[in-house]
Every structure is written in C-alpha cells, then in structure tokens.
Design a protein. Structure first.
Length: 748
C-alpha cells in the first residue's frame, strides 16, 4: 500500500496559515500511518524552506510537544502539482475537518469516554493521533456534547441518564457496535492521553500479541498541580493469573486507574463491573486477570486528573470505599486459592486480614474524629477568617509554609513532622497556584482572609504580599524545579527549603534553589558533611544544611515486652538499585553517573540479604528480592515488636532512614554502622545501640552474638535507646526543634 499524500502551500509573506496546517497534521497523523504532508514552498530552495519551516514549527507548543515523533513532512519547490486531487489539497478553512477524517480512518484504537456534564474538560480535548475518540454523553445538562463534537470527537447522545456503572456499560456497548478497532482505551473526563500513547500500545502489542488486557503506567495530577508517577511493577512484563491474584491480595489495586487500561474487543462481553462503584474498574480487571495473562507496561500513557474526578474526590476517604477495597483483596485471595487448592496461603491470609482490620479501624477513627467541616463566611466549607497578625501576640518570626502538606490519616507519613510544624509554628500558607481560585477571589472580594482548615494558616498567593507579612518561608516538599515549589525571589526573608531525597534531578534542583535565593537547605542529616554526592552536586550549600531527622509517628509503639521477643536482628525496608526501575526515565541521571560503579543504593541491606543464610542464628530478613524493591505486605510495627533488634542502613545517600527512630520507638535495639551521623543523633555503642564497623558482616555478627549472650544487658540497652528516641525524636519534638533553629537563624 502506497503512502497517501496531502499538500498545502506556504505563503512566505504570511506563513502562519501553513504552520497551522502543519500543527493540525501533527495532531492527527502518526509516523506509522502511511500519510505524509507536502509543503509547496514556491521559489524558495528546499533546504532554506525546510530550515524556515522548522524554525516556525518549533515555536508552536502543539508541534514541539511531539517533536520526537513527527509524521512525514516534506518541502517541495514550486506550487502544488496539478495532478493532486482537490480532496488532498489542504486549505486553512478545511484542513482541520479533512485531517480529523484522516485520523479517524487510519486510527487503530478507540479512546472511549463515558461523560456527563464535563463541559470544562470537553473544551480542551484534542483527540490523540492513532485513536478514534468516541464519547457517550449521559444526558448532560450542559454543552458537553457540542464541545466534544467541535473538538473532533464522535459523540453518541443518551437522553435518559444512566447510573454511573450503567454509563460505563453503555460506553462499552457503543465501542462494540459503533467501531471496528480491536482495542479500546478508557479516557474518562478530566484525563488525557500523552503524546505517543498509540505508539506505546503498538510496541506492547507487538511484543506480546497474546495479551488481551494492557495496564500502562500514568501520571497523577494532584489538586495542587503536582505530578506524581504511578507504578506498581518494576518492569514491562506479562503477569499470569496466579501472579496477578497474589499481587492484588498483597498490595491491592495494582491495576491502577482506568487511564492506564486498554482492553481487546474479544473480552468486551466478559467485562464485569460488579456492584461496588468505588472498585468497579478494579473488579473488571480482576475478573479478566483471573483468566488471562495481563501485560504491564512500565511507561506512562496518560494523566489521571484528580481535581476532575468528582466521585473519586468525594469517596476517597470514606469508610465504605475502604471496605470495598478490602473486599477486592479478599476476592483476589479466594481466586488464588481456587487456582491453587494445594498452595499454603495461611500466612498471606493472616497478613491480609491483619492489614484489613488495622486499616478499617484507622479509617473509622479518622472519619469519627474529623467531625463536620468548618464553614466559610458564605456558608460553604474550607475558607474562614483568620485574626490579624498583631493579635497573635508573639515575638518570634512570622513563619509561612510553602505548599503545606496535610497529615497522613493513617499515620504512615515519615515526614509527619511537616504538618505538625505548620500547625504549631506557622501563620501563613504560600500557595501561588491558587491565585485564580474562585474561593480565594471570593474571599478577597468579601474582605476576609482565606485559610486552610485544620492547619490554621492564612493563604497568601503573591510572593510580594508574603514578603510584607512573613519573616521566614519554609518548604518541606522538595522538587524546587517544579513551578509550584519554586522558591520566590521576591520574598526577602529567611528561606529554608527541604531537599528531600536529593538525588532526583539534582543539578536542576540545585540551580532552582540558588535562583530562588534559598538561604538554608533542610536535610535528613548534614548532607554537606556526610554525602559525597550532595557535596559534589550541591556545592553552594556547603555549611548551609540544617539537619531535620525523620522522627517517628504515633503508631510506632512498644506492644510486646522485650523478654517475649525473638533475640534476633530484623532486616526490613526497601532494597533499591542505584538505577531504580521505579523512577521515571531521566530522574536519576546524575546519581547513576556519580555511582556508576555501584549496583545498590541500599548496599548494606543487599549484603545482609545475600548473607542471610550464614547469619541464620541471629538475623531474620524481610528484605525484598529484586526485581521487587519494596514489600508492602508486612506490618512494620508488629515486626519491630517481634524482634529484639533491627538492622539499619544509611545507604549511598548517607542519612539515617526513618527506621532509625521508628525501631527504638517500638522497643527494638538499633544495630547500625558506627558512623558520625548515627553518633550525632545520640546513639552510643553498648549504651543504647549496637554499632559495628561499616560494611563488615563479620563484625556485625560478632557484636550481635556477644550481646545476645547477655540478655539483661541487651534489654537495658534497648530500653535506653527507646527512652532517648522518645525524648528527642517524636514528630512533635522534631517540629519544635526545627522551629527553634529557624528562630535562631532568623535572629542572626
């Protein structure tokens, strides 16, 4: 089959019209579609014309976003040849309609959208090359259908509104009866496909033609605009039914949001959404995965937009939502048992039951303690009035927090001191991304201050205004290279920004901190002294790092008397390679290059894992085995309470991890390398910890075996470690100590 050619003319006195056609062509056609665009450039030479077209095209965001996957575009001197049919001559007034028809004709996939009253999303929809975009409008009362049609989407209208799952079933029926493509891809209102989504599916199908359900990774856009990457399996691979069921039982919904799901036509009549709306998409995937292999693709296909998902936002913290999630894990366990009646699943069942009971208890407690939402001056929730600054009655510096985080309801946030710091010591929340939020503008129009409920922080969206009212600006979020967390130069007070796990986009992060005029970096330890990587990649912060230990959350408690514990060292935590497959491409480039001779970020944990058999009398490993890098199945508090000791590892990043504080809080004795960072925290060998030579398995074994032979001394050391950690490193203590340090630095 030959290549199909379309032609357009370039008027060099007004070339924008031709570049418009190029942009529409790029938005509708893929390189593999067998369609090319020819630009007739008049008397200008082909080389010069190509250079000028490229320069103009690069200025268009719609073209630049697809630059790496452009379809065929050629330039030809002279005019459009007479032999070119009128239907293949593109003109500014008809090119959009013509090219949309071309895309529909050559597309290999269907993007399927059940939608109701999604006008705001519909206005910005642009069908992705490679997809027929089919929307089923569920009796919208706004102009959703009209906006989608104007954007080139094929719309089927329903005049009687269906319930949520009925709408999904109607969409699948429309795919089955109104299209001929073999594959459909969910695209719910608010979500978007990334450029190259169809290419990603092409590659997946070619590598695994037997797959009938494809699960792709995606990006999550949070309400504050942040993007996070969703990933549950380290690498692209096929998962057989038994593995799918085991993973669902252990970790929950590893299938993710529908934005990542693509389904073959063969299975449409077998899709069962069940009767639980919160987990309906999970139910559908689980039913298929129980009978067919599932292809997991470790690349992003789209964006899941949380603010657009009204049902998701309304139900995310509800008790019944968690009950439905837990029922799915139980169902996966039952299916696994049916597949393998001889397999011993007692331990997995115990773990699932324990986690279910714990999670449900916590969710009920959270909902009960939250109470009714506070009211705004207009009667709605979230924004209220905050008293004037002078009424605070404090001589301390006025502190603002850049993008403050809410507390994790489950108490699993290892940076749980951050919301405590905001609530106890800050006055303002700096949130520039809310400048145009209607709630903020309405509050200003009413002459009142808007605040974040639960943190008692007044919202400020302008850096110059913040500079007038605050003395110190703190950010706990890291990623200063993102616009939402970029330090504002207009704020001239003390700026203290946390570098988090500082290996991600390190050069970019360092540059952003400097450009924003950050005075001190907050770190989990004194990175400028202990981390060679930090010293090399963040040279301007030598002597300007304030250590902020992780501390421990309230859930880490002693529940088992020390004498009832196994006299063994527990090994738990992640075991990440330097080139971590769970991280998006490019995120760790500087880190990987710096440690090119190293295989493991958690080198000591990996060493203990490899030597576990030889240490069997004193060591119990719960470390994951690569390609798994994390084990979400165990209860850390229960494990730490079951063992007298736990092994610790600073890793290549050279900071004591959260377990340093959580273990002793549970009454377990720290066993760690004898390093300056550990001693600086107050741990002393033979007093409140067991310290051994770094990276020395024999010394680790010698120290532990000697201590085990003296059970009373072992118990005394563990008690001393617990007392020291509880006195210094609760999240409240960490927050208060940081406040004191910032006050001292501001005064200086």
């Amino acid at each position: 089959m030959g290549t199909e050619q379309y032609w357009a003319s370039v008027d060099w006195d007004a070339p924008a019209a031709a570049i418009d056609i190029v942009e529409r062509f790029v938005a509708n056609v893929r390189a593999s579609d067998g369609v090319e665009l020819h630009l007739a450039v008049g008397e200008v030479g082909e080389a010069e014309a190509a250079e000028r077209v490229v320069a103009l095209a690069r200025e268009r965001p719609g073209i630049a976003a697809r630059w790496s996957r452009l379809p065929e575009i050629a330039v030809s001197t002279g005019g459009i040849p007479d032999a070119v049919a009128a239907t293949h001559r593109l003109r500014p007034d008809s090119a959009d309609q013509t090219l949309s028809a071309v895309r529909e004709r050559v597309a290999r996939y269907v993007a399927l959208s059940p939608v109701r009253n999604g006008g705001a999303w519909a206005a910005g929809v642009r069908p992705e090359p490679g997809f027929v975009h089919l929307a089923v409008d569920n009796a919208s009362s706004d102009d959703t259908a009209e906006r989608l049609e104007a954007a080139g989407v094929r719309v089927l209208r329903r005049h009687d509104a269906l319930p949520r799952l009925g709408s999904w079933r109607a969409a699948l029926a429309a795919f089955a009866h109104e299209t001929t493509a073999d594959w459909m891809k969910w695209l719910f209102a608010g979500d978007e496909l990334l450029p190259g989504a169809a290419d990603l599916l092409d590659a997946a199908r070619a590598a695994h033609p037997e797959a009938r359900l494809i699960i792709c990774e995606y990006e999550i856009r949070e309400p504050d605009g942040r993007l996070t990457h969703w990933r549950t399996v380290p690498t692209t691979r096929l998962l057989e039914p038994d593995e799918s069921m085991a993973l669902a039982a252990k970790a929950g919904n590893w299938f993710g949001s529908p934005i990542g799901h693509a389904l073959h036509r063969d299975l449409i009549d077998k899709v069962d959404f069940g009767c639980q709306e919160w987990v309906a998409d999970w139910q559908a995937c689980l039913g298929i995965a129980a009978r067919h292999p599932v292809l997991y693709v470790a690349e992003s296909i789209g964006v899941f937009d949380v603010p657009s998902r009204r049902y998701y936002s309304a139900k995310a913290g509800a008790v019944d939502s968690l009950v439905q999630e837990l029922s799915m894990r139980m169902q996966a366990l039952d299916r696994l048992r049916q597949h393998n009646p001889e397999r011993d699943l007692a331990e997995l069942e115990r773990t699932v039951n324990l986690e279910a009971a714990t999670a449900l208890s916590q969710r009920v407690s959270d909902v009960h303690s939250a109470g009714p939402p506070a009211a705004k001056p207009d009667g709605s929730a979230c924004l209220t009035v905050l008293e004037d600054r002078e009424e605070r009655g404090t001589s301390d510096p006025v502190i603002a927090v850049h993008a403050p985080r809410a507390a994790d309801p489950a108490g699993r946030d290892f940076n749980g001191y951050a919301p405590l710091f905001a609530r106890r010591h800050a006055r303002y929340a700096y949130l520039p991304q809310l400048a145009a939020d209607p709630r903020i503008t309405a509050a200003r129009a009413a002459g009142v201050a808007a605040r974040i409920d639960g943190l008692d922080l007044e919202i400020v969206t302008d850096a110059r205004e913040l500079d007038r009212v605050a003395d110190v600006l703190v950010c706990f979020e890291g990623r200063p290279y993102l616009s939402d967390f970029a330090p504002p130069r207009e704020f001239t007070g003390l700026k203290a920004y946390h570098v988090m796990d500082f290996v991600f986009h390190a050069r970019e992060a360092h540059e952003a901190l400097n450009e924003g005029g950050v005075d001190v970096a907050l770190g989990y330890a004194r990175h400028d002294e202990y981390s060679p990587f930090f010293g090399s990649l963040y040279p301007s912060f030598a002597g300007r790092v304030v250590p902020v230990p992780f501390g421990y959350g309230d859930r880490f408690k002693r529940t088992v008397p020390f004498r009832e514990r196994e006299r063994t060292v527990l090994g738990i935590g992640s075991v990440n390679p330097v080139d971590d497959p769970l991280c998006p491409p490019g995120e760790l480039d500087e880190y990987v290059a710096f440690y090119r001779a190293e295989r493991w970020t958690h080198r000591w944990r990996r060493t203990l894992l490899e030597r576990a058999a030889a240490l069997g009398d004193i060591f119990v490993s719960r470390f994951p085995v690569f390609p798994e890098t994390k084990d979400p199945t165990y209860d850390a508090v229960a494990l730490l309470n079951a063992h007298a000791m736990f092994a610790n590892d600073e890793g290549l990043m050279a900071f004591p991890p959260a377990r340093t504080y959580e273990g002793p809080a549970c009454g377990s004795l720290l066993v760690a390398a004898d390093t300056p960072a550990v001693r600086e925290l107050g741990f002393e060998h033979g007093e409140n910890a067991l310290l051994h030579r770094a990276e020395d398995v024999e010394d680790f074994a010698r120290v532990v075996r000697a201590a085990v032979r003296e059970p009373e001394r072992l118990e005394a050391m563990a008690a001393a470690g617990a007392s020291m950690v509880r006195a210094r490193y609760s999240h409240e203590a960490v927050a208060d100590r940081l406040h004191g340090e910032l006050c001292r630095r501001w005064a200086a």
